[in-house]
Ligand binder design. Structure first.
Ligand code: 13P
Ligand code: SF4
Length: 323
């Protein structure tokens, strides 16, 4: 699945200390490590992290850190981005199988052919993609800066937008630009049921629907606010509403509830009463695996220097364009 990875072993389960939080703290000092965590991680992991953020915030933090070791509690493309920006640092991912269905929906060979068929197009890729796709891109974006970045590109410049068709469609609406969309999507954000959201709205007439732009148009149509995970968190704090139906991975609710304990957050449900609104990849990371990764200094993110050098350029462009 991850063609840039060299094979290595996931640490063998060894005996765990009584107090994992204290042990992780000790290892953090010993390794001069920073723990970066995405909002979709388990509450325990969020509570042990030095920084919790969305993809843009995490990339900025990874670009600026002077720690020797980055422990990345998120999914593979996020840790890979940290490694692209920090070739000399040890970047650890608690579970190497923590992939992303959206990144996997854009295989490099097929995307290379697609790009070759449109040589006059500039390639803007959502950060949820592999290092190989980044290496084929001109500019990377995240859900928090995609509109801002597309707006900075000359109007007569044709653009390929990959891999998320839902974010692409949303950017088209917001910018009034025609984008050539790669037809990728996220299994988690496609699972939300419009019907159940409508039912919830009837049961909670005062609740505002807030949604991530990776959701499909029928869900986005019900949202009074659409944004990245950080943007949704900030909106839940600043809005006068006291109740929210949250159409993104429910891990974010831990921070929402922590920031405004008096407000009420309802996770948007999946269509068939399953827990498929939880990202199965993010959930592969656990506090135990995080501890073991630090203790054994693996699994480590590795990639070819050729791909890394090609992939760092569009990421730096994004950081400059969204400064
Ligand atoms: P954010 O950049 O909003 O954190 O989104 C990342 C992601 O993977 C959403 O599914
Ligand atoms: Fe990927 Fe979707 Fe999980 Fe985000 S929620 S990491 S896009 S699979």
């Amino acid at each position: 699945m991850f063609t840039t990875l060299l094979p290595q072993q996931t640490p063998i389960q060894s005996s765990l200390p009584h107090d994992l939080f204290e042990a992780i703290d000790g290892l953090k000092r010993e390794l001069n490590a920073i723990i970066l965590a995405h909002f979709y991680q388990d509450p325990d992991i969020q509570d042990v992290a030095d920084y919790i953020g969305d993809s843009l915030g995490l990339s900025r933090k990874a670009a600026a850190t002077n720690a020797d070791v980055i422990v990345f509690a998120g999914v593979h493309f996020m840790a890979e981005t940290a490694k692209i920006l920090n070739p000399d640092k040890l970047v650890l991912l608690p579970d190497l199988n923590a992939g992303c269905s959206l990144a996997d929906s854009c295989p490099p060979d097929a995307f290379g052919k697609f790009k070759a068929e449109h040589p006059d197009h500039l390639v803007v890729s959502y950060i949820n993609c592999s290092a190989e796709i980044k290496a084929m891109s001109d500019i990377i974006c995240t859900s928090s800066n995609a509109v801002q970045i597309v707006n900075q590109i000359p109007k007569d410049q044709p653009i390929i937008f990959a891999p998320d068709r839902n974010l692409g469609r949303y950017v088209m609406e917001q910018t009034g630009r025609e984008l050539l969309l790669w037809q990728g999507s996220c299994i988690v954000h496609e699972t939300f049921s419009e019907k159940k959201i409508v039912q919830l709205k009837i049961e909670h007439p005062d609740a505002e629907v807030i949604a991530h732009p990776e959701c499909e148009p029928p869900v986005l149509r019900h949202a009074s606010y659409i944004g990245s995970t950080t943007a949704l968190l900030k909106y839940s704090q600043s809005s006068a509403s006291h109740s929210f139906i949250v159409a993104t991975e429910p891990g974010i609710i831990h921070q929402m509830q922590k920031q405004t304990p008096d407000k009420h957050f309802i996770p948007a449900p999946a269509a068939n009463n399953c827990n498929c609104n939880e990202c199965p990849f993010m959930r592969l990371n656990t506090l135990e695996k995080l501890y073991l990764a630090m203790k054994h200094r693996q699994p480590e993110i590795l990639m070819s220097e050729e791909i890394r050098v090609a992939a760092v350029r569009p990421i730096q462009r994004m950081l400059e364009m969204s400064a």
